[in-house]
Design a binder for this molecule. Structure first.
Ligand SMILES: Nc1ncnc2c1ncn2[C@@H]1O[C@H](COP(=O)(O)OP(=O)(O)OP(=O)(O)O)[C@@H](O)[C@H]1O
Ligand SMILES: O=C(CO)[C@H](O)[C@H](O)COP(=O)(O)O
Length: 293
């Protein structure tokens, strides 16, 4: 935690919608005149695509069929923690891009499945914004605690059938993987999903959980992603003190409280709800920073 160099961490599984949520944050930063430095979680993968394939094959030969991008063995989690620590202390740190497809390859000038070079984060930013798989990880035995460095931690967690549908469609349409490839990836990642992804959502300050209101019983044959209008979003606050639920209920039509710390909104109001909830929180972080500089 750092009042001088605050960090916002948006964490979620692959296909959960963290990149989509990033756009809402970008709008808030632009509107409020806040300079953010950005880290994509994939930058802290340990392997490029070819090396990951090789490492998975070697692990399989040893009887481990579950090496995955969700777990600590395929990511630079200590280095990610060090980047959070160094940004919190001095506003500096390093990142790079993992290039997923041909479009990104053209943009970054390196082949798909590889990384760009490490680069310093831009100087003079107001805030660090992390979006990826591991923004609230704590692994006691390995001495890793990424969560403790972030000042605002957001979980993006659709119910699992919806998360799988979102992943199947995105990986198929944008990244060229077959449904069979994606199904295998989901199965390989399952132990790491349970051990390293889900525990983070007890560390986060706010979770946004999208719940479809249409049948998603067989996510592996779903022909389209349920739309915002075909879903509700459960928003749960770890510490509801100071949250003006009455104001939120007035501003967000058809919302209701489902628990003392949870409000449910229509899926189409997610962007509005995020703006209403997050803008004052971001302001508080930036005000504190400006006062302590
Ligand atoms: N609220 C939403 N309503 C409708 N579709 C959504 C919503 N959030 C995400 N999606 C869709 O789900 C898919 C995955 O979303 P996104 O790319 O944001 O995931 P991600 O968490 O960033 O994944 P990764 O970390 O693997 O890049 C996209 O096709 C996106 O359009
Ligand atoms: O979603 C992911 C992590 O969030 C990707 O699976 C990971 O970045 C590796 O990508 P690829 O399989 O395309 O090499």
């Amino acid at each position: 935690m750092s009042s001088k160099f605050p960090i916002i961490s948006v964490t979620g599984s692959s296909g959960a919608g963290t990149s989509t949520v990033k756009h809402t944050f970008e709008q808030i930063f632009r509107r409020e005149g806040i300079q953010a430095a950005f880290i994509e979680g994939d930058a802290y993968h340990l392997y490029d695509r070819a090396s990951m394939k090789k490492a998975m094959a070697e692990e399989e030969a040893r009887g481990n069929r579950h090496l995955s991008h969700f777990g600590p063995d395929a990511n630079l989690l200590k280095e990610l923690e060090e980047t959070f620590r160094s940004y919190g202390a001095t506003g500096t740190g390093k990142t790079r891009h993992y290039v997923h497809d041909a479009g990104e390859a053209e943009k970054f000038g390196v082949p798909a499945g590889t990384f760009t070079e490490w680069q310093d984060l831009p100087e003079g930013s107001d805030i660090l914004f992390y979006e990826g798989l591991h923004g609230a990880v704590t692994l006691k035995e390995q001495g890793i605690n990424i969560a403790k460095h972030a000042d605002l931690k957001i979980g993006v967690v659709p119910v699992i059938n919806l998360e799988w549908i979102q992943k199947m469609h995105r990986d198929n349409k944008m990244r060229g993987y077959t449904p069979e490839d994606v199904t295998k990836t989901i199965l390989r990642r399952m132990p790491d999903y349970v051990h390293y992804i889900t525990p983070q959502f007890s560390e986060t300050d706010i979770n946004f959980q999208r719940v479809p209101t249409v049948d998603t019983s067989n996510p592996f044959v779903a022909r389209w992603i349920p739309t915002p209008d075909e879903s509700l979003v459960v928003i749960r606050f770890k510490d509801p003190r100071g949250i003006d639920f009455a104001y939120l209920k007035t501003m967000i039509q058809d919302s209701f409280m489902s628990r003392a710390n949870s409000i449910v909104i229509p899926g189409g109001k997610l962007d509005l709800a995020m703006q209403l909830i997050l803008t004052p929180m971001i302001h508080r972080l930036v005000d504190l920073k400006r006062r302590s500089s």
